[in-house]
Design a protein around this ligand. Sequence first.
Ligand code: FEO
Length: 179
Amino acid sequence: MDYGKVNDIMEKKMLDELNNQINEEIFSSYLYLSMAAYFENSNFPGFATWMEVQAQEEMVHAMKFYGYVIERGGKIDLKAIEKPQSEWESPVHAFKAALEHEKHITSRINYLYKTAREVIDPATEIFLNWFVTEQVEEEANASEIVAKMEMIKDAPSAMYMLDKELGARIPLYTMPVAQ
Ligand code: FEO
């Protein structure tokens, strides 16, 4: 019986795009770490903590792609990570840039999903489902913060409170204390 095209080895196009996504996720981590550093220097330790945790999350995303490529027997192809921007005009500009970046990542995930369909790779489609849902949350989080900041309009006491609120974000992991 002819079952048509059955993929047990990943198509090159799919593999290349998954490798590209490892780079996109590590760059996301780098960008948010850069935003964390900007907030540290601007005396917003809570925004810095939030961005640090976001940077951790992005590394987890990168590792999910990494693990999946390995599991499928694909070759990992790590590329150079672009230098991220290091200054923003104000906190709201940084969070708006984060939101725009998340929109870009959503479009990347959608493109990966489309590619998985094109090459008839249902395993990758199912793997990507988690990211499709995650991106809805990622955009909603950034968008909510931008909306709050726009409402506050840089009023110092409200910015102080928001900084405190975002600083309560729980890290995914903490660094071990050096012996
Ligand atoms: Fe990995 Fe924020 O998307």
